[in-house]
Ligand binder design. Structure first.
Ligand code: NDP
Ligand code: GDR
Length: 372
């Protein structure tokens, strides 16, 4: 039987890496689009890499960029994918305020470029496309929990760009009959989450502080609430969405919401450290209240966290909580991880990584100390 062919944009990112692994296990031929960079940027997919000189490969990497339509059109023509997963994006909400035009180009128009390539190449009936839409579309709270029917109110250049991508996906489905779907995914994290997203920033800092590699760390809004799931569960849904009979749009979420502050508490609890939060707003700080793990002894009363307003966003999304009933009922989605299991997985991985750093430091090597 002929292998199914998938093209993944954003293959070097968190979701691209997990999705590649998932599709390869399913027997797909996977083609990933990576950007040219001055250093290797393939850490997350190095374990999947296959030497180009080997026969019968099933994992291929191509240079490309969502801002280059000639490149995308040629790639789609060459690869002839059955499924495209458009995961590439300038995905950092705060950074999108610094780079609004680029974000609009890559995240908004980039999606149009892929859809238009499918149309120009006459592949409307061959190629299915998944668009990485986001809970950021809901922005300012209109209703909770958020469903496929909740109105959008984007609150960042990122979310506004993703709103264009959402609607152009719907439009090409309705106008040209392309099997094009939006997965409206709520936050999903993992041990390979980018270090500047809040969960990974917290688990890295917690591990470093516990091991004595770092004194304290800084965060922005501790009151923000997010619906956090595990990326492994979410990439499985991307695939299930493209296997459904009808092309539709789907919310994927856990239906639970947690503050950033509680995520910090849970991470420190993983290394046996209980925290006490004192003060309010920009004055808020966290201190060690107790330590129950002999491996990670920190002095009681030690300050480990302060608020730094530089991490506040010009407009914030205060509360996200998603209702994935439709996906559960129609696609049979059952997530394997809940939030405690996610925190455990991330902490276990970061402790291991930071122990490696500790070992290097003890050996006299310079270690990375960039904590943004
Ligand atoms: P990451 O930031 O980890 O990965 C983004 C990927 O896009 C990277 O491979 C990056 O390449 C690539 N990329 C960025 N700009 C371009 C461009 N102009 N051309 C080609 N590739 C580009 O994101 P995630 O894996 O977390 O998210 C995947 C997608 O899902 C994104 O579209 C994101 O917006 C969306 N999303 C994510 C959610 C989450 O909680 N993780 C929730 C909802 C939606 P490089 O490695 O070179 O930087
Ligand atoms: P988000 O994720 O903006 O929801 O976008 P992020 O982890 O960046 O922020 C979550 C919440 O934490 C607050 N916060 C901080 N955030 C960061 N990054 N750094 C801090 O120091 C900090 N302190 C507090 C934020 O203000 C925010 O409220 C992610 C991305 O993956 C998007 O691509 C995706 O679409 C959405 O999730 C769903």
């Amino acid at each position: 039987m002929k292998k199914k062919v998938a093209l993944i944009t954003g293959v070097t990112g968190q979701d691209g890496a997990y999705l590649s692994e998932f599709l390869l296990k399913k027997g797909y031929e996977v083609h990933g689009v990576k950007r040219r960079s001055s250093l290797f940027n393939t850490d997350r997919i190095d374990h999947l890499y296959q030497d180009p000189h080997v026969e019968d490969r099933n994992f291929f990497l191509h240079y490309g960029d969502l801002t280059d339509s000639t490149n995308l059109t040629r790639l789609i023509q060459e690869v002839q994918p059955d499924e495209i997963y458009n995961l590439a994006a300038m995905s950092h909400v705060h950074v999108s305020f610094e780079m609004p035009e680029y974000t609009g180009n890559a995240d908004g128009l980039g999606t149009l470029r892929l859809l238009e390539a499918i149309r120009l190449l006459g592949m409307e009936k061959k190629t299915r496309i998944y668009q990485a839409s986001t809970s950021e579309l809901y922005g300012k709270v209109q209703e909770v929990p958020q469903t496929e029917k909740t109105p959008f109110y984007p609150r960042s250049p990122y979310a506004v760009a993703k709103m264009y991508a959402y609607w152009i996906t719907v439009n090409y489905r309705e106008a040209y009959g392309i099997y094009a779907c939006n997965g409206i995914l709520f936050n999903h994290e993992s041990p390979i989450r980018g270090e500047t997203f809040v969960t990974r920033k917290i688990t890295r800092a917690t591990s470093r502080i516990a091991l004595g590699l770092q004194d304290k760390f800084y965060l922005g809004n501790l009151d923000a609430r997010r619906d956090w799931g595990h990326a492994k569960d979410y990439v499985r849904m991307m695939w299930m969405i493209l296997q459904a009979e009808e092309a539709e749009d789907w919310v994927i979420a856990t239906n639970k919401t947690t503050t950033v502050r509680d995520f910090v508490r849970m991470s420190f609890a993983e290394v046996g450290i209980e925290l006490e939060f004192k003060g309010e707003g920009v004055e808020e700080k966290a201190f060690v209240k107790s330590c129950s793990n002999s491996e990670y002894q920190l002095p009681i009363g030690k300050e480990v966290l302060s608020v730094d307003p530089k991490y506040f966003r010009p407009t914030e999304v205060d509360l996200l909580i998603g209702d994935a009933t439709k996906a559960k009922e129609k696609l049979g989605w059952v997530p394997e991880y809940d939030l405690p299991a996610l925190v455990k997985d991330m902490m276990r991985s970061d402790i291991k990584l930071m122990k490696k750093e500790q070992y290097l430091k003890e050996g006299g090597y310079q270690i990375m100390n960039y904590f943004e």
